[in-house]
Write a protein that binds this ligand. Structure first.
Ligand SMILES: *Cc1c(COP(=O)(O)O)cnc(C)c1O
Length: 367
């Protein structure tokens, strides 16, 4: 049996209504900052529960422009998670700022107990990464943010509709970044990103920053970027966004099913699942003994399992000027050897889930 990782074909195989919308849209000539974009932004803000949302051209730009919006500049320090995806770090570096890493814990999010030591006079922002669809411990992080007066920008790119105590990802920070990349839970047909905020001043500045700083066609108020979310992608977004809750809930159902069965295997450890967290499983990750052999076995059996990631960001060559060495972030390091990701998306069948479970069981019986 094949358990593929990408489900984009399934997601968009039955979307005649979307094609109809696109055909209609093309004839409006409304390609740049068009009406469907505003509609998408309003729906997104409503879904997350913020006053405003601003579409930009990627999740990376959502982070970069959020940092720019609060005045982060060259030489400033920005605290983030050592195990994150390159985009978080890229957004920081693009402004000339310096990423300061904090180790994660077994929820794959940064360990808020380790932050205080990293705060300095140069710290201008903290970016908690809600990695895999888990949530960073935001109640604790908000206390630290208040005490040290360092603003929070959430990297919510993997965690749309994630929650702690019923409060959603994207509503805690001063600004929050989401990605609409085809690999993310809410995907469009190319790159895309969106920023949420409750702050009107920030909102107005974001509108300028993403569009060259232009107030109108002939007046540039501030230096900005060309980072508009394509209106054609907003048309796709308007089609998929009403499905967001169902997508999250199906992923949660699949993950719970995996948890229930995989937890019976001694060599598998399921991460802690706090009751007051809503984890939306952009990635379904567990800890596995003999991980490399298990991964190989799964691949041989047609299951596209993965590792997110085998080499942590802090050890990547492009950051060698930060002079980090292996062992600086021991939890992140340990994860690289023990984590495995199984497909968990909304288009998997029960047969496929059962096949993953039985294949893992079979592996440990033989090994
Ligand atoms: C996907 C992702 C981003 C943004 O990626 P884009 O491809 O630029 O949309 C940022 N942070 C994390 C953790 C991500 O997974």
């Amino acid at each position: 049996m094949k358990v593929r990782y990408s489900y984009l074909k399934q997601q968009f195989s039955n979307c005649d209504d979307l094609w109809k919308n696109l055909k209609k849209f093309v004839l409006t000539e409304d390609f740049t900052l068009g009406k469907p974009l505003k509609k998408f932004e309003d729906s997104f803000a409503k879904l997350i529960g913020t006053k405003y949302a601003v579409g930009v051209n990627s999740g990376t730009d959502a982070l970069k422009i959020s940092l720019k919006c609060i005045g982060v500049k060259s030489g400033d320090e920005v605290i983030t998670a050592a195990n994150t995806f390159v985009a978080t770090v890229g957004g920081i570096l693009e402004l000339g700022a310096i990423p300061v890493f904090v180790d994660c814990d077994d929820t794959f999010c940064l360990d808020v107990n380790k932050i205080k030591k990293k705060i300095s006079k140069k710290t201008k922002a903290i970016i908690p990464v809600h990695f895999t669809g888990y949530m960073t411990n935001m109640p604790e992080l908000m206390k630290i943010s208040k005490k040290y007066r360092v603003p929070i920008i959430e990297d919510a790119c993997q965690s749309i509709l994630g929650e702690i105590n019923k409060k959603k990802a994207g509503t805690w920070g001063e600004l929050s970044a989401f990605s609409l990349h085809p690999l993310k839970n809410i995907n469009v047909w190319s790159d895309g990103g969106i920023i949420t905020t409750d702050n009107k001043k920030h909102y107005q500045k974001l509108l300028l920053l993403r569009n060259h700083g232009l107030i109108d066609r002939d007046t540039v108020k501030i230096p900005g970027y060309n980072s508009r979310l394509d209106t054609i992608q907003a048309v796709v977004g308007n089609w998929i966004l009403p499905k967001a809750k169902k997508i999250a809930n199906t992923r949660i159902k699949n993950a719970n099913y995996y948890d229930k069965h995989l937890s019976k295997i001694n060599s598998i450890r399921i991460p802690n699942r706090p009751k007051n967290f809503k984890i939306v499983y952009h990635l379904y990750i567990v800890f596995a003994k003999k991980r490399d052999a298990l991964l190989k076995y799964c691949l041989k059996k047609g299951i596209e399992a993965k590792v997110h990631y085998p080499k942590p960001m802090y050890l990547q060559n492009f950051l060698k000027n930060l002079k980090h060495k292996k062992g600086d972030f021991p939890v992140t390091d340990a994860h690289t050897k023990s984590i495995i990701t199984f497909p968990c998306d909304q288009h998997l069948t029960k047969k496929q889930l059962d096949y993953v479970i039985s294949t893992v069981k079979e592996f440990y019986k033989k090994n």
